[in-house]
Design a protein around this ligand. Structure first.
Ligand code: GUN
Length: 285
């Protein structure tokens, strides 16, 4: 007999995060410290421009101010560094975000290090990522999508301690910090990827499977342990549709809970960014 199935929607989790932030933002604004996010886009990638528009409008709805800079693809690294240095020095800017990917020719790692760790609301600076990996250290900020997945798991009362978790994908933005957060929460974590031998068998070990590999509908029913919790971080454009990394309709027949795409993890990335900006502003008090 199949157990009950839970659709892990992001909307209620996002609303919960925003309800908490609203009063904190009100307090900061009354104290003359309006939380402010600075965003930098280099080049004209339509997806990047659209993501940043979404972040800026979410910020505006919450009462977070934005500074925006859009540089041409050929602006060059000195122009990017100059902009970031100015924001690093500006006490009115609490959080700085460089939208990725950068155009070809830019040294992403170098630019990520140019954002000062205390304004690194994306959590991408090696000091923040390194602190996440080390016992006895706390990062100032955690990468927003993995932080959002943790909020989602907690909100739906999913037990992490002791669970076997498989993270499919090892990117700096999602897979690696996701595996570190799950480890910190006492899961037994395997990081799997395109070179993993017998990937379906590895995935079938997972009580919690997080898919972040960027391949549409890659995770099939045969890769799921019955009753597993499946988190789909994929956002793949197929024609005019958004498709996750998980073949949702077949996987939901086997899993106990699955995040949909869209309306699953997506809304939480922006929510956790807003959370990080508020935390950054509160620390300046
Ligand atoms: N590109 C894809 N995801 C992200 C993100 O979380 N932050 C930034 N800055 N760029 C991204």
């Amino acid at each position: 007999m199949a157990g009950s199935f839970v659709l892990l929607e992001g909307g209620p989790v996002r609303d919960h995060v925003y309800a908490d932030l609203a009063s904190r933002i009100q307090r900061l604004r009354s104290a003359g410290r309006t939380p402010t996010l600075a965003t930098l886009v280099v080049g004209d990638d339509p997806a990047s421009l659209s993501y940043v528009r979404g972040k800026v409008s979410a910020a505006a709805r919450l009462g977070i101010d934005s500074r925006q800079e859009h540089l041409p693809a050929d602006a060059g690294e000195p122009a990017v560094s100059e902009r970031l240095d100015a924001w690093n020095r500006d006490p009115g800017v609490h959080g700085i975000l460089v939208q990725l990917p950068l155009p070809p020719g830019y040294d992403t790692a170098h630019i990520q290090q140019a954002v000062m760790p205390s304004k690194d609301v994306d959590g991408f600076h090696p000091m923040n990522m390194g602190a996440l990996a080390l016992k006895g250290f706390e990062p100032l900020f955690v990468s927003c999508t993995p932080a959002g997945v943790m909020r989602m798991l907690h909100f739906y009362d999913i037990v992490i301690a002791g669970a076997r978790a498989v993270v499919l994908g090892r990117s700096n933005i999602v897979g690696m910090p996701m595996s570190l957060l799950l480890t910190r929460a006492d899961a037994t974590v395997t990081v799997a990827h395109s070179r993993t031998r017998d990937l379906p068998a590895v995935c079938r070990e997972a009580d919690i499977l997080v898919a972040a590999i960027g391949r549409p509908a890659f995770v099939s029913a045969g890769m799921i342990k019955p009753g597993a919790v499946v988190v789909d971080v994929g956002i793949n454009r197929v024609g005019d549709r958004l498709v996750g990394d998980v073949a949702f309709s077949e996987v939901r027949e086997i899993a106990s809970a699955v995040t949909p795409v869209p309306k699953g993890v997506g809304p939480l990335t922006v929510a956790m960014l807003m959370h990080n900006v508020v935390v950054a502003a509160e620390r300046t008090g």
